[in-house]
Design a protein around this ligand. Sequence first.
Ligand SMILES: [Mg+2]
Length: 192
Amino acid sequence: MRIKGVILDLDGTVVENDYDWTRIREELGTGASSILGYLDSLGEPERSAKWAILEGHEARQTQASVLRDGILELLGMLRSRRIATALVTNNSRRNTEFLLGKFGLEFDCVITREQGLWKPSGAPFLEVLRTLGLDPGECGVIGDTHFDVLAALDAGIDSIFLLTDDPGRFAGYPVEVFPAVEVLVDRLEHLL
Ligand SMILES: [Mg+2]
């Protein structure tokens, strides 16, 4: 089936930064894989105090983020082929809007954690499919972590493209891995 839409992740995919999730989990005192799920489970005052820790890290990483090489070319190619684009991030609306404004990026659909839908659940991707009027087989996902893979599989999306320097991390997963956006653009141009 032809791909008519692409969902992109923000941090580590569209922009590059340096989140130390091991340290953040230590500061939060949790080993939970889903930090948002953990924070959501807490009562006050612990909940607000720990949200502030996460938001502090996010604010610093957002300020330090740079646009990944090749992203403008990728988005331009998708637009020229009339492929719909969506951005799905577990980051906040405020940080997302800052980065989209800073780098002049536009997407047809943007989902942030305030909507209560976050990866690794497929729920935010299903919301994109509903908004764009697409079936899972008509959509691809571009990301950089296992959360992107798990969310895609949960949503029934099996065209999964990962940007990573370490393809071994995704051995055994039904994904295609790319060391750089330029290589991914070449692949997509043949696929679309
Ligand atoms: Mg990411």
